[in-house]
Design a protein. Structure first.
Lengths: 83, 460
């Protein structure tokens, strides 16, 4: 019974970490997309300063959101006293 | 043995644990409307945008109106909830969750309007591959992505303790609740983490929310089209968004209160306070509208005046004066003196504002495009059944999302209500003492320093 319980716990934990990973991928994907747009503008000399200017505001916002997500997942799931 | 705290808040668990026939009827009716919208979209996808009323020069109609309207409504939640949470307004407790849910749901629906507006949705990929940051449309895509991420996080974090309560109760959907609870046991460390994260998000989400609607206004004001090229469009849009957001919360509160018998949680005092905020926003919205039209009128530029008069006395007069009636006259008549009928009057004013703000968005988008600055022929816009069906489908989809959320999760934050009962009174007293001159309240445990009270974290 306890073995079953632990298997189920492991599955739940895997799903939870998977969920965290998906959020990291989503936010990370947006940051990479913004960087790709800067690179494209740079390559085509298509006013890269505009892309860089907007990105200077946008990227830190996404990075802060990413940091909050990691902090919460790490803080809640990593708390051994809760198990 | 029955749990005493559960018995006390049994009404909050009822929508999750009991499913009446009305639920299935509602979902069925909403699905029919969504199906109607989906059929309309399929016809548009198959035959092209020619089946809609969109043409040159009016290439934006109902879809962009809906987009601006829904993004505006999204300010209901996160912004208002965050402001009330940060200012420690105790009456916020039963309201915050339903406001946050509105935000997340309408953001999805609002962003989807742009996809619907594209005759070829596959061209969305071009934005990902070749997007140019010189275009305010791309600023919009970026800021809405940030807002959607932030508001989803801001909805989820305070939901975790409630999901854990559901996980620990016998019932259905245990796996879902176990996964979403993220191992929450309410330990000191977990509380600290969650408190800090909610506090960070509450601060972060306010500038993001303001930036989103400012950026939405840039889509119009960065052009030199008559009556769009305006420096106050940013604050004008933000004020309109908060205005329609408050109205949307009040309408949602009234429906939830009645349908789920939550009169004990959503009291007339909540409607009264939100009614006062709505009154302030009515006057602010009127002032900004007045300023916007006054500057155009004073400049007396021929192209501007064509649009101006088309709204005042021309073909768009029913929309313009309808907007004035629903956004100013009715709310003022209802809200100036609430009296004993606070709930009825506030709800009437809110329904009126929701209609009025949709008209306001239409008045911004369509009349300018009908009278373009460039020497295109002028044109009128007559929506077809396609736009009507997709608009109805979009509203139905929003309501369906909301109904399903209420079926799965507590729409009123249970832990915040319990916290209010258990520690709220004492905290308010301590806080009040700390505000008054010549008195000092003891710092809460674990918080040191002379200014410890101000730095106290949000307590779970």
């Amino acid at each position: 019974m306890s073995e079953l319980q632990s298997v189920s716990d492991r599955t739940v934990r895997a799903i939870q970490w998977g969920m965290g990973g998906a959020i990291v991928l989503f936010i990370g994907g947006i940051v990479i997309w913004i960087l790709h747009l800067i690179r494209t503008a740079w390559r085509l000399t298509d006013v890269p300063s505009a892309s860089i200017g907007i990105s200077l505001v946008a990227i830190p916002v996404f990075l802060i959101l990413l940091a909050v997500v990691l902090y919460v997942f790490w803080g809640l799931l990593g708390d051994r006293s809760a198990r | 043995m029955p749990d005493a705290t559960f018995e006390q808040d049994a009404a909050l668990f009822a929508p999750i644990e009991r499913t009446g026939r009305a639920f299935y009827w509602t979902v069925g009716a909403l699905l029919l409307l969504i199906l109607w919208g989906a059929i309309a979209y399929w016809v548009q996808f198959d035959e092209g945008l020619g089946v809609t009323g969109l043409h040159q020069p009016v290439s934006w109609g109902f879809y962009v109106t809906n987009f601006v309207f829904f993004i505006g409504i999204s300010h209901a939640g996160t912004l208002i909830s965050a402001i009330l949470r940060l200012s420690k307004a105790e009456w916020r407790r039963p309201i915050t969750r339903m406001a946050e849910v509105i935000t997340v749901m309408v953001l999805f629906i609002g962003a989807a309007q742009i996809l619907v507006d594209l005759g070829r949705p596959d061209r969305m990929l071009n934005i990902i591959r070749y997007g140019r940051y010189q275009s305010p449309l791309l600023w919009d895509a970026t800021s809405i992505s940030a807002y959607l991420t932030a508001s989803t996080l801001y909805l989820y974090l305070p939901l975790i303790p409630d999901v854990a309560i559901l996980r620990d109760r016998p019932g259905k959907r245990r796996l879902l609740y176990t996964v979403l609870a993220l191992g929450w046991r309410g330990t000191e460390r977990q509380r600290e983490v969650l408190n800090r994260a909610i506090a960070i998000m509450a601060v972060l989400v306010i500038p993001i929310a303001v930036s989103v609607h400012t950026v939405v206004s840039f889509v119009f004001s960065m052009t030199i089209q008559p009556m769009w090229h305006s420096t106050i469009f940013g604050p004008y849009f933000v004020a309109g968004a908060i205005f329609s957001g408050i109205a949307a919360i009040i309408v949602a509160m009234a429906i939830i209160r009645r349908v789920y018998h939550l009169q004990d949680y959503l009291k007339p005092i909540h409607f009264r306070y939100l009614g006062h905020l709505l009154l302030v926003m009515t006057l602010l919205w009127f002032y900004l509208t007045f300023a916007e039209y006054l500057t155009g009128f004073y400049g007396n530029e021929p192209e501007e005046m064509k649009v101006f008069w088309s709204k005042f006395t021309g073909p768009f007069w029913p929309f313009f004066w309808g907007m004035v009636l629903f956004n100013l006259v009715v709310p003022l008549a209802c809200l100036v003196r609430l009296g004993r009928h606070a709930v009825g009057r506030t709800v009437t004013a809110s329904v009126s504002v929701v209609i009025g703000m949709w008209l306001e968005r239409f008045n911004i988008v369509v009349p300018t495009l009908s009278n373009p600055r460039l020497p295109f022929p002028e044109g009128q816009y007559w929506p077809t059944w396609i736009e009507g069906a997709e608009t109805a489908g979009s509203f139905a989809l929003f309501i369906l999302f909301y109904v399903l959320f209420v079926k799965l999760f507590p729409i009123i934050s249970i832990w915040e209500i319990r916290e209010g009962r258990e520690t709220g009174l004492k905290e308010v007293e301590e806080r009040l003492l700390s505000y008054l001159p010549g008195r000092s309240a003891p710092a809460p445990p674990g918080v040191g320093g002379r200014e410890g009270h101000e730095r106290a974290p949000i307590r779970l």
